[in-house]
Design a protein around this ligand. Structure first.
Ligand code: MN
Ligand code: MN
Length: 284
């Protein structure tokens, strides 16, 4: 049974007025382990109501920011999800707005990225997601980085926080020249230092919540220990904000969450809106 629809807190603007548009993608059809990401858009929206509208650190009052929640994309099957994400993102971009996509599993990223021109894609993820196919499916959540690199050119992709890949993936990553910084190296160098080498003018940021250590974000589809902290992703958003053109957040699995993982995801949606809004105001 369908439960009552809930929208992200403070997303009170109409689509026309909004500078940021949220869309939910309740899909976990290719999930291979802790299934449940289809419940994440609702869970993240629920958690958003606990957070203050004023982000004091950025001096941004979200009630002053025009943003809209366009609800969920219809996505019972993989193809339907991909088509729905693509069409919705295209519509948002055509109106010069900033899309914020709340998954759902990570497989939503390629159909979103496909709609951007001249973009570099930064992926925060424990997994390299570079299989050519997984369980006979090329559009699986386990093939995201591979598909994205085909769409935008492998030189325009960087994966950060990696600490899991199979041997064959490693060989193909090395052969095809995918750039990545593993979790240990990222901790050693620090986010700021690593991002000094990111020269793209326009950046799409994809945050797979398993980038974080499971002690911070336990409710994810494929948890991996030895991960990064919320501060690392926050620093990344702060640094890249002027160049961000799109954002997705994926892989929260509410059946395995006590609410904190969804809460962290909700906070990052608010962080992106606040920091991007502040940057827009000071550069226009
Ligand atoms: Mn992923
Ligand atoms: Mn992952």
């Amino acid at each position: 049974m369908e439960s009552k629809e809930i929208f992200f807190a403070d997303a009170d603007s109409s689509f026309e007025e909004a500078q940021f548009v949220i869309l939910g993608v309740p899909f976990d059809g290719t999930c291979s382990f802790r299934k449940g990401a289809r419940f994440a858009p609702k869970s993240i929206r629920e958690e958003s109501y606990n957070l203050e509208t004023f982000l004091f650190e950025h001096d941004v009052e979200l009630e002053d920011v025009p943003f809209h929640d366009s609800g969920d994309v219809k996505c019972e099957a993989l193809e339907e999800m991909m088509g729905g994400v693509g069409n919705t993102v295209e519509n948002i971009l055509n109106q010069d707005k900033f899309p914020i996509i709340i998954g759902g599993e990570h497989s939503l990223t390629p159909p979103a990225v496909r709609k951007f021109e001249n973009v570099g894609v930064l992926i925060l993820d424990a997994h390299i997601d570079f299989r050519d196919q997984y369980l006979d499916e090329r559009n699986s959540h386990a093939c995201v980085t591979r598909r994205v690199s085909e769409l935008v050119g492998i030189e325009n992709v960087l994966s950060l926080g990696v600490r899991s890949m199979e041997k064959k993936e490693k060989e193909e990553v090395d052969k095809l020249g995918l750039k990545y910084i593993d979790a240990n190296k990222l901790k050693e160098l620090g986010m700021k230092k690593v991002l000094e080498n990111v020269k793209w003018d326009r950046v799409y940021l994809s945050l797979d919540m398993d980038f974080f250590d499971p002690s911070f974000a336990p409710g994810v589809g494929n948890p991996e220990y030895f991960g990064l902290s919320p501060e690392d992703a926050k620093e990344c958003i702060n640094i890249l904000a002027p160049r961000l053109v799109g954002f997705d957040i994926t892989e929260v699995s509410p059946p395995f969450d006590n609410g904190n993982t969804a809460s962290l995801a909700a906070r990052f949606v608010r962080e992106v809106i606040a920091v991007k809004w502040k940057t827009n105001k000071t550069t226009k």
